[in-house]
Design a protein. Structure first.
Length: 421
């Protein structure tokens, strides 16, 4: 039998309902915070994707040629596409605030919470300098996390300028290589980071200084490790961000983490990573002030943060945060006899017009089989309809969870709606 390609999945209705629930809440929150929706193609020019992904993700991009021999790739995130859009539309009002939700693809090794096809929900602000805009994106993400039911999440924040300034001050030549190793501290631990730095031919005395630097817990303590304009600028930007996050009311959900630098090389300053209490990150982002200019646009500051839909669903399942039903259908009309099918269609049409999600029997099954079907599917209410009920204009409405039955008037759609929704 055929199976989904490795690293991809099918989502059956109950799973899809949960995913739609998460996407709907996040989208509503982002819109409340003043972000408008945007969509872009699933595939882009190969040069665009490979250029902005950096060496860390080049091998992970799904690459192909079309029938005209054009080199293309499936998007591995939304940021490069957004930068292309803005570079091509320089007259968009600034700041340009948008959110985007959809699938992205990476040819990565599948594992727990890691897939080759996965969904993201991004918010970005283009045109505003570091500080308030970064804080607003982080605050919107915090609101989304709270709205999904999370209470013990946190967002790690750092500034790549601080880390780069420190590495430059101690004479590290392969700065991007060192940053990629430092960023793995949570995954591979101190021993793993030390090994990677040694494998990159960084001297032992410099490695010791790096590990001492990674012990920094407070932003104020980072000052002693940086002595130059780049590092001071990075600290000042974070001080502004933390100040405004406190103004937004989310200070308890953010913390400074000097080991965080994010793997993608296009980040130019503040970076963020969301932790929802599971073993993998549930989102992240940062500032990318050079990207739009690199794509042919004018020099334009930009920042954003992304939530991983698949990992949020996983975290919510682990923490039992879902309050969704197995089905969207609220009412099933069970037919005692086929002779009332036309009446059932008329009734269902009236219920659907009143926004009551309704099903009726299509299989000419016995009443007991119909009840079994409604129960298996998780439909919460069943209305039993036969010739007797048509004649009297009244029918029994059964709550499938409690077994309680109530006689209702078939002409009173509002009464039925009030009970089942």
């Amino acid at each position: 039998m055929f199976q989904p390609p490795r690293g991809t999945r099918d989502f059956l209705p109950e799973e899809m309902i949960r995913r739609q629930y998460v996407i709907s809440i996040i989208s509503n929150v982002f819109e409340k915070w003043g972000f408008d929706p945007l969509d872009t193609p699933a595939f882009e020019d190969w040069l665009l994707l490979s250029k902005k992904g950096g060496e860390a993700v080049k091998d992970e991009i799904y690459y192909f040629k079309d029938k005209s021999d054009r080199e293309l790739g499936l998007r591995f995130e939304f940021t490069a596409s957004l930068a292309r859009v803005f570079a091509n539309n320089p007259n968009l009002p600034k700041p340009f605030r948008r959110y985007q939700v959809g699938p992205v693809w990476r040819y990565d090794r599948p594992g727990s919470g890691r897939y080759r096809e996965f969904w993201q929900a991004d918010v970005d602000i283009i045109g505003a300098p570091a500080g308030e805009a970064d804080a607003l994106c982080v605050a919107a993400a915090c609101d989304a996390m709270q709205s999904l039911g999370f209470s013990e999440f946190f967002i790690r924040i750092n500034n790549r300028k601080i880390s780069k300034a420190f590495l430059m001050s101690i004479g590290v030549d392969k700065i991007n290589d060192a940053l990629r190793s430092i960023d793995k501290l949570e995954k591979i631990g101190k021993t793993g980071v030390v090994k990677e730095l040694k494998d990159k031919d960084i001297a032992n005395d410099k490695i010791k200084k790096i590990m001492d630097f990674l012990e920094t817990k407070k932003l104020s303590d980072a000052r002693k490790f940086v002595d130059g304009e780049l590092g001071k600028e990075g600290i000042a930007e974070l001080e502004t961000i933390f100040e405004y996050i406190e103004n937004f009311g989310f200070a308890d959900y953010v913390k400074f983490d000097v080991s965080l630098v994010r793997g993608l090389e296009y980040y130019t300053g503040p970076v963020f990573e969301i932790n929802a209490g599971i073993n993998v990150s549930t989102g992240g982002g940062g500032r990318y002030d050079n990207m739009i200019e690199d794509f042919g646009g004018k020099p334009t500051p930009a920042t954003g943060i992304s939530l991983g839909i698949d990992r949020l669903v996983l975290a919510m399942e682990e923490k039992k945060l879902f309050k969704t039903d197995k089905t969207k259908t609220r009412l099933y009309i069970a037919l005692v006899t086929d002779s009332v099918l036309k009446e059932a269609i008329t009734l269902s049409k009236r219920l659907i017009a009143a926004n009551v999600a309704t099903e009726f029997d299509l299989m000419k099954r016995s009443l007991s089989k119909e009840l079994d079907y409604a129960n298996a599917k998780g439909i919460p209410f069943v209305l039993v309809l036969g010739e007797k009920e048509i004649a009297s204009g009244k029918a029994k409405l059964r709550n499938m969870k409690t077994g309680e039955e109530k006689e209702i008037s078939l002409s009173s759609i509002e009464e039925i709606k009030k009970i089942v929704i």
